[in-house]
Design a protein around this ligand. Structure first.
Ligand SMILES: Nc1nc2c(ncn2[C@@H]2O[C@H](COP(=O)(O)OP(=O)(O)OP(=O)(O)O)[C@@H](O)[C@H]2O)c(=O)[nH]1
Ligand SMILES: [Mg+2]
Length: 223
């Protein structure tokens, strides 16, 4: 990706696959700060992870829904020295899976979203052309239920994906519609538009309170 990323000290410079889980007992021990990517199958979760890490094939993507079948944990390091774990979730709303498989996954994802102590931000991806669909509503509902969990509340950031597929004159109104439906912060993003990826990453860092060593030292002085 080009210049804004290349020169920005906040960008991700290293990404390593840490673990994959298809069942709750395979989820690795909680350490550090996690940002998870959730949304319907095919909405572009894995592609967004690759774009954020500026890697083509860190995570496998596919035009066929149902590509990601496990929760994957990637440890990333930014140029300015912050370390954070990005978590790719399997998509929901994919009819071709067996009922049993879907139930298993729903349980796995729900447990993770509601109970993971290190989870700070959930990025909810919604197709910019479609807005919130019933499956998406269920995700927001689940996240609203998190007060029942003992863990500190996670923030929800909505991302309207595949913005390049919306004619440029209609992008603002597409994002505004999703903002009305979802509430909170909404970022319009496309893997084809690098500036949207950088803007999102800067917002996610802020939401997750990810500070570089320099910023952390400054906060301590100001505290
Ligand atoms: N035009 C365009 N296509 C995109 C964008 N992001 C993802 N895609 C395409 O959308 C398809 C699905 O992308 P994935 O990243 O595999 O989607 P996913 O949400 O991880 O899907 P599951 O793993 O099935 O849950 C692929 O063909 C991507 O190339 C985007 O910003 N613009
Ligand atoms: Mg995927």
């Amino acid at each position: 990706m080009e210049s804004a990323w290349t020169t920005d000290p906040r960008r991700i410079v290293e990404a390593t696959f840490r673990a994959g889980a298809t069942a709750t007992d395979q989820v690795p021990g909680p350490t550090g700060v996690e940002i998870a990517f959730a949304g319907r199958s095919n909405v572009g979760k894995s592609s967004l992870l690759n774009a954020l890490c500026q890697r083509k094939n860190l995570v496998r993507t596919s035009s066929t829904p149902g590509c990601t079948r496990q929760i994957s944990f990637f440890e990333v390091r930014t140029k300015d020295g912050a370390v954070v774990t990005l978590v790719d979730l399997p998509g929901y709303g994919y009819a071709k899976r067996s009922k049993q498989e879907r139930r298993g996954w729903a349980g796995l994802i729900e447990d993770y979203l509601l109970e993971r102590p290190t989870l700070k931000v959930v990025v909810a991806l919604v197709d910019a052309r479609r807005g919130l669909e019933p499956d998406d509503e269920q995700l927001y509902e689940l996240l609203r239920e998190q007060h029942r969990s003992a863990r500190p509340a996670v923030s929800v950031v909505t991302v309207a994906t595949k913005l390049d597929k919306v004619p440029s004159g209609q992008r603002e109104s597409a994002i505004a519609t999703i903002r009305k439906q979802a509430g909170g912060s909404v970022y319009g993003v496309s893997t084809e538009l690098p500036e949207t990826i950088l803007r999102l990453w800067v917002g996610l860092r802020r939401q997750a309170s990810i500070l570089s060593p320099g910023e952390a030292a400054e906060e301590q002085v100001n505290a």
